[in-house]
Design a protein around this ligand. Structure first.
Ligand SMILES: NC(=O)c1ccc[n+]([C@@H]2O[C@H](COP(=O)([O-])OP(=O)(O)OC[C@H]3O[C@@H](n4cnc5c(N)ncnc54)[C@H](O)[C@@H]3O)[C@@H](O)[C@H]2O)c1
Length: 330
């Protein structure tokens, strides 16, 4: 039987979710909720041939629709309270990043998840990028030896209009932070994925270019130790364009570079391999976000149907979330 799905928050990113869901055979996009009802109606017309019911709030949607899962695509501060509402009704939740904006919220989510029959998936879609999978494979095959360290750069552009046109971005209470918790969290998550547990963090956060407009950081530099591995991380949204993310992983016998669609591997013995791994962006998707939404959502439902553990579950993001809090000195 098809799973009945609802989306709450019908803005930018909801389009990708709606597009993926309406192309799947085993789910039905049944309901859309947004406090600006016309946004729900627009999404309905664009992707669901107006077959979904539209609601002005999550509460109305949950009261009127027997849903199996809800996709949460609202501003950051609402992720946890909305996920808790759904989980308390034993409805599964697929939630956009970040998983929470405070340690207290994350604890609430853990409690709600432990008491619910519903399951949680977090949209860290870059874990599904072909480039990520290639790096996983290169590290696993053992030729490079142990990881010594890594560096990562995220240089994107978020201008004044990005903040002034939005009711929630740029404010600590609703976004919870800036360049880290919103834009570069995916790259930090990949570092955690490859390096493991971080036990030492030194960070500096600044707001260089929009001091008068936002309360959140536009730039950060972080020095981290993951056991005996060292990582340097720099992220900014004060650049002039959305440049491809760059990640270098230095190993005993060579290094890996991930940049845009390419993973290259240079061995200490002079060998060099390059893999071009292109993944088409979905309509409206932006390549610099990573293009893994489709794979990430498909895998969530594969696990929901089969009962298998989903790789992007709440436990799998705990370490990254903890590191975000440590970088913010919270
Ligand atoms: N995974 C990624 O790479 C990625 C990319 C972009 C955005 N996102 C995440 O998606 C989320 C939404 O971002 P966006 O760019 O789509 O924002 P947006 O502002 O375009 O959309 C948010 C929507 O939520 C609605 N909303 C706000 N409060 C609501 C409420 N109480 N009830 C119902 N609806 C409400 C708004 O009206 C709006 O339509 C954020 O958490 C963001 O970080 C993730």
């Amino acid at each position: 039987m098809k799973k009945r799905i609802g989306i709450v928050g019908c803005g930018n990113i909801a389009r990708i979710h709606a597009q993926v869901l309406t192309q799947m055979d085993n789910v039905h996009l049944s309901a859309l909720a947004d406090c600006e009802l016309e946004k729900a109606a627009e999404l309905n017309a664009l992707f669901a041939d107006n077959t979904a019911s539209v609601y002005p709030s999550l509460e109305d949607m949950l009261q009127n629709e027997p849903l199996d899962a809800v996709h949460i695509c609202t501003p950051h501060f609402l992720h946890v309270p909305m996920a808790v509402q759904a989980l308390q009704k034993n409805i599964s939740v697929f939630m956009e990043k970040p998983p929470a904006i405070s340690r207290a919220q994350f604890a609430d989510l853990q409690t709600a998840a432990a008491q619910s029959k519903g399951r949680i998936g977090i949209c860290f879609q870059n874990r599904y990028n072909l480039t990520t999978l290639k790096v996983d494979e290169l590290l696993k095959n053992g030729c490079l030896g142990n990881i010594l360290g890594a560096r990562a750069f995220v240089s994107w552009c978020r201008d004044e209009a990005y903040y002034t046109k939005s009711g929630w971005r740029g404010k600590l209470a609703t976004e919870g932070g800036g360049a880290l918790i919103n834009q570069s969290i995916h790259t930090l998550d990949l570092l955690v994925h490859w390096l493991g547990h971080c036990d030492l963090v030194n960070s500096s956060l600044s707001n260089h270019h929009l001091k008068e407009v936002t309360e959140v950081e536009d730039s950060l530099d972080v020095y981290m130790k993951f056991g005996n591995k060292t990582a340097c991380f720099y992220a900014t949204t004060a650049y002039v364009t959305d440049a491809p993310v760059l990640i270098d992983i230095e190993c005993q016998n060579g290094h890996i570079r991930l940049e845009k669609d390419t993973v290259s591997c240079t061995y200490a013995n002079g060998g060099h391999e390059e893999y071009f791994l292109r993944q088409e962006a979905k309509k409206g998707g932006r390549t610099y976000w990573g293009n893994g939404h489709e794979a990430c959502i498909h895998d969530f439902y594969r696990c929901l149907f089969s009962g298998e553990k989903y790789q992007n579950d709440l436990e799998s993001v705990r370490e990254t979330f903890d590191l975000v809090m440590k970088i913010y000195k919270k």
